[in-house]
Ligand binder design. Structure first.
Ligand code: AMP
Length: 334
């Protein structure tokens, strides 16, 4: 039986609902009523609704569903609840635990042989400009830059007191790499045994993207912050595409070795490209990223594999439809 896609109502849900409709796959949108309201405003989006909150949501989904995880699901329902849930998940369930801690996240990138920024174990080690990050899919919220160990410890202790952080060691302290960011989106198909490049985006972050336009005196006193507000599409020079594809292939191989059966469906490798055109990978997401929304009318790269415009949302529905038709749902869910 063709399952319905169960999607948390936020993040990239419009894209998945729209894509599933084009592939003739049903969608159950779930979440609190205030999040669900948005989707009923668009007449051509078709879906069923389950109104629910937090971890309790997963118990409301039937066996006829396949969860399509997104960043909001991981942040608001939590990877622990997802790990416990018996509802099939399109993707590699075990990857979410790896993603939940900065230590294991960076270990997996290194396991893939990718270039990563220097990581500092504690504030006192810091001897250069660093970016300090909170765990979880918070869209850059709370990140800051500093080259001062005392300031870093003081701010992190403040986060612990405010309950934003369990312990200082849960934050990531990474060398600040100068270059432009590029978020590379991929889709690994276990059915076709093929990695597809699906696109690239750049985040539009407040206030760091506004500082260049701020009056000089303000720039001197305001610290950088990295709250994601939106995304832009970006097209790397063609000569870089092969390097990006090889990085994606190495990541697929690493997840196969370390977390069998390996990554399934969409994922993202987040990197900075330096002026020497070196790729430095500072993070990954083992699921659809909101940056794929920039291709709501179809990714030009996916069209090169499929001969027609295709969003990542539609690509997910297509893989599930193909798996269902071939009786291979077990190969694309965990
Ligand atoms: P993230 O939430 O990890 O994707 O990072 C949010 C933003 O922080 C990125 O878009 C970059 O602007 C910036 N960033 C993250 N890591 C680094 C790094 N190691 N060096 C410089 N900028 C970074």
């Amino acid at each position: 039986m063709l399952p319905a896609l169960a999607v948390y109502a936020s993040h990239s849900a419009i894209q998945v609902v729209e894509g599933a409709f084009r592939e003739g796959v049903g969608v159950v949108l779930f979440g609190p009523s205030w999040r669900l309201r948005l989707y009923s405003r668009f007449p051509s989006l078709r879906f069923h609704v389950v109104e629910c909150m937090g971890g309790g949501c997963l118990e409301r989904l039937g066996d006829e569903c396949v969860i399509v995880p997104n960043g909001s699901l991981v942040e608001y329902v939590g990877w622990e609840a997802l790990e416990r849930s018996r509802v099939p998940l399109f993707g590699l369930r075990g990857l979410m635990r790896w993603e939940s801690s900065w230590g294991s996240k960076m270990r997996l990138l290194r396991e893939a042989g990718l270039n990563t920024p220097r990581v500092y174990e504690n504030p006192e080690e810091v001897d250069t400009m660093v970016i300090v990050k909170l765990p979880g899919a918070k869209g850059g919220r709370g990140y800051f830059t500093s080259d001062n160990p005392e300031e870093i410890r003081r701010r992190l202790e403040g986060y612990v007191e405010a309950g934003l952080l369990k312990s200082i060691s849960d934050a990531a302290i990474q060398e600040y790499v100068v270059g432009v960011t590029m978020y590379a989106h991929y889709f690994y198909s276990p059915l076709l045994k093929r990695l597809e490049l699906t696109g690239f985006d750049v985040r539009y972050e407040s206030n760091v993207d506004a500082l260049a336009r701020a009056p000089k005196r303000l720039r001197e006193v305001i610290g950088q912050s990295f709250t994601v507000v939106g995304n832009f599409p970006v097209y790397p020079r063609e000569a870089l595409l092969e390097s990006f594809i090889q990085a994606g292939e190495s990541f697929v191989e690493a997840t196969r070795r370390v977390i069998p059966p390996g990554v399934i469906g969409p994922f993202c490798l987040e990197c900075i490209v330096t002026e020497e055109l070196e790729l430095v990978f500072f993070e990954f997401s083992g699921r659809i990223v909101a940056g794929t929304n920039v291709y709501l009318l179809g990714s030009p790269y996916l069209a090169l594999y499929w001969g027609e415009p295709m969003t990542v949302g539609r690509r997910i529905a297509k893989e599930i439809r193909m798996a269902s038709d071939e009786n291979r749902l077990g190969d694309v869910t965990t």
